[in-house]
Design a protein around this ligand. Sequence first.
Ligand code: MLT
Length: 235
Amino acid sequence: MKSIEVCFSPELIHLHEVEGKIVVVVDIFRATSTMVAALASGVKEILPFADLEACRAMQAEGFLIGGERNGLTAPGFEMGNSPVAYLSGEYAGRKLAMTTTNGTQAIEKSKGAAQILIGAFPNLQATVSYIQDKGLDVLVHCAGWKGRFNLEDSLYAGALVKSLESTHQADEDGALAMKSLFEREGHQLKSYLSKASHAKRLQNHGIESDIDFCLTLDLYQDVVKVDDRGFLVRI
Ligand code: MLT
């Protein structure tokens, strides 16, 4: 059996070992859900940025630029961070440079892992099958909210721990706690997570449609990975 553990925030990643592991970065509302949706809708590849201005500068290189801070589109950016905005296929073939409040920071802080995968509910089963194929230990890296625990990323971690229980041992308390939470609440994701603080933030911004999309299971059979160049690609 391999092992699986959960890191609840990028501020805690220094307490975990990433080397030799598959790190699954998750930001359910909305960064990783948007990354999976954009690539499934034809976007060629995505370059994530922690820094807003470095991302903005990619427009001059012909990239589509997507930026979000505090749930809102960053000033002067073509795209915000809405997964629904990509579903029409309008941006097929484009390269996307993307920066968000938490999700792209978590990708940055996962460097050094054997592999970095992008986790979201719309590609949960595809990620599970890929991990079981690879046979490596797993660390679920929750993006959280500005360094704090959040419910939606942690519940996704519980879904992954539960789905991998035949191949990966959950022998640390974070993984055990989230597995129990998913066993209790996993059948009612939408009603349970509508209480989450960031869901409320998005509702206050009138962005309900994204919430529904982000909580839809297994829309895509895509595994999304960070390649050797640092780009997010479908594999
Ligand atoms: C983030 O990175 O914090 C989120 O994706 C924020 C959002 O999209 O609302």
